[in-house]
Design a binder for this molecule. Structure first.
Ligand SMILES: *Cc1c(COP(=O)(O)O)cnc(C)c1O
Length: 397
C-alpha cells in the first residue's frame, strides 16, 4: 500500500460503518462542515455581497477546477466547474457536434449511465436535424466508429460493472476516423490514474460527489482541450460564460478560456466544501492510489468467491480492466444489500441483480475488506435477507 494510504483520519466515518459506496456518494471530509459554517456565517452572513470579491467567491470555480485538473492529468485552466454532470454532458455533446457539422451520428454504448444517453436524446430532439444515437455493446464500440460518427461519447468506467474502456486506444481510433471524443469520468476521477491531456480527447466531464467527496449535489466539471476551446460555440450561453459578465452587453460573447463552458451563478457553498474535500489529495500519488485500489478489489473478489459461492462476479476479473469498484450478481441482491447495510457494511444495488461495492483507498484498507466479507457471508448463510423489511425498495437503491 502506498505510504500515504489510507488517510482515514482525514474523514468523518461513523463508528461501526465500513463504507463501500464512495463510488456513489463519498464520505464527509473533516474540515468540510466547519468550512461550510464559515462560508455561511462569516462570508455570507457578515460580508454579504462583498464576499464575491472579499472572500474570493468569484475565483472559486476556477480554483477548484485547477485542483480537479491536477487529479485527472489536465493542464491548469482547462477545467471549469458548476452545474450537474448531465448539463456538462449536454454542453460537451453540443460543442462536439458543432465541430463536425457534416456528420450525424453520436456513438456511445449500451452500458452507459442512462442520464448521458437521455441528454443525448434530448439534444437530438432539440436539434431536429437527423442526428442519431448509436449504442452498441461496450466491446463493439471500436468496430462501430465509422466515418458517419461525429462524436464518440463514453463513460470510461461502467457504473454497473466497473469495466474500464481503453481511453488511449479508443480516443486514437475515433480521431483516426475523424470523430471528436468525450470521456465521462464520473467513476474515474479520484478512482484511477488519468492522463486526460495525454489522451488528446477534446472533452471530459465528471461529477465531484463520488470519489472526490464533494457532498450531495456538489458541482460537476468539464475539461476542454486547450486548442479547441476558442472554437466552441456554447449551447448554454449564460452570463458567467461571457467574456465580460459585468459589462452587461446585450450580445453574448464567450470567454476566451474554458470558462465559456460555465453557465450561471456558481454554487459557492458546495464549491467551498469541495475545495476543502480536495485538500485530502495533497501528497497522494495517483499511481499509489491505483495500486492500492487494485489490491483491495482483488482481495474482495478472492474473499467473496471463497466465502459466498452463491454470488457471481459481474466485474472484469483482470484488475487492469476495472475501475475501483466490484460488482456481484445475486438473485436476492436487493434484500441482501439492505441486510448488509443494516449491519454497517454499506454498498448499493443496481437493477436487475447487481450488488455494487466501491473501494476508496483513501479510507478503506485490507482489514475493512475482510470484515465486510465476513458480514456478507453471514447475511447469505443465515438467509438474513429473507426478513420482510428488506423486501420493499426505497426510491434510491
Ligand atoms: C453519476 C453519474 C451521472 C449523474 O449525473 P448528475 O447530473 O450529476 O446527476 C451522470 N453520468 C454518469 C456516467 C454518472 O456516473
Amino acid at each position: 500500500m502506498g505510504e500515504s494510504l489510507p488517510r482515514k483520519d482525514l474523514f468523518e466515518i461513523p463508528d461501526g460503518v465500513i463504507y463501500l459506496d464512495g463510488n456513489s456518494l463519498g464520505v464527509l471530509p473533516k474540515g468540510a462542515a466547519s468550512r461550510a459554517t464559515r462560508v455561511i456565517e462569516q462570508e455570507w452572513g457578515q460580508q454579504l455581497i462583498r464576499a464575491w470579491n472579499s472572500a474570493g467567491w468569484m475565483d472559486l470555480p476556477m480554483v477548484v477546477g485547477n485542483q480537479i485538473a491536477a487529479l485527472i492529468g489536465a493542464p491548469e485552466g482547462s477545467v471549469a466547474t458548476g452545474d450537474t454532470l448531465s448539463i456538462k454532458v449536454y454542453q460537451a455533446l453540443d460543442a462536439a457536434l458543432k465541430m463536425r457539422p457534416d456528420r450525424r451520428v453520436i456513438l456511445s454504448d449500451n452500458g452507459n449511465f442512462p442520464s448521458d444517453l437521455y441528454m443525448a436524446q434530448g439534444l437530438i430532439g432539440t436539434k431536429n436535424d437527423g442526428y442519431k444515437l448509436r449504442t452498441p455493446a461496450p466491446e463493439r464500440v471500436v468496430a462501430a466508429i465509422t466515418d458517419e460518427v461525429a462524436v464518440v461519447m463514453l463513460t470510461h468506467v461502467d457504473y454497473r460493472s466497473g469495466r474500464m474502456h481503453d481511453m488511449a486506444a479508443i480516443t486514437k481510433a475515433a480521431h483516426d476516423a475523424g470523430a471528436v471524443v468525450i470521456w465521462d469520468l464520473a467513476h474515474s476521477a479520484g478512482a484511477v490514474d488519468l492522463d486526460i491531456g495525454g489522451s488528446k480527447a477534446e472533452f471530459a466531464v465528471g461529477c465531484s460527489y463520488k470519489y472526490l467527496n464533494g457532498g450531495p449535489g456538489a458541482p460537476a466539471f468539464i475539461y476542454a482541450r486547450p486548442d479547441v476551446v476558442q472554437g466552441i460555440d456554447p449551447a448554454l450561453s449564460g452570463w458567467l460564460g461571457h467574456d465580460a459578465p459585468f459589462a452587461m452587453e446585450l450580445e453574448y460573447r464567450p470567454a476566451m478560456s474554458t470558462e465559456r463552458l460555465r453557465v450561471g451563478t456558481p454554487p459557492i457553498l458546495q464549491l467551498a466544501v469541495l475545495q476543502e474535500a480536495l485538500s485530502v489529495w495533497e501528497g497522494v500519488d495517483m499511481g499509489d492510489l491505483r495500486a492500492a485500489s487494485m489490491r483491495l478489489c482483488d482481495l474482495f473478489i478472492a474473499e467473496v468467491e471463497a466465502h459466498c459461492p452463491a454470488l457471481t462476479l459481474a466485474s472484469p476479473r483482470d484488475a487492469t480492466q476495472r475501475g475501483s469498484q466490484v460488482s456481484f450478481a445475486y438473485e436476492h441482491g436487493y434484500a441482501a444489500m439492505q441486510a448488509l447495510i443494516e449491519r454497517g457494511v454499506i454498498g448499493d444495488f443496481r437493477a436487475p441483480d447487481i450488488m455494487r461495492f466501491g473501494f476508496t483507498p483513501l479510507y478503506i484498507d485490507e482489514e475493512d475488506v475482510v470484515k465486510a466479507v465476513r458480514v456478507l457471508q453471514d447475511v447469505i448463510d443465515t438467509e438474513a435477507w429473507q426478513d420482510p423489511r428488506y423486501q420493499t425498495r426505497s426510491r434510491v437503491t
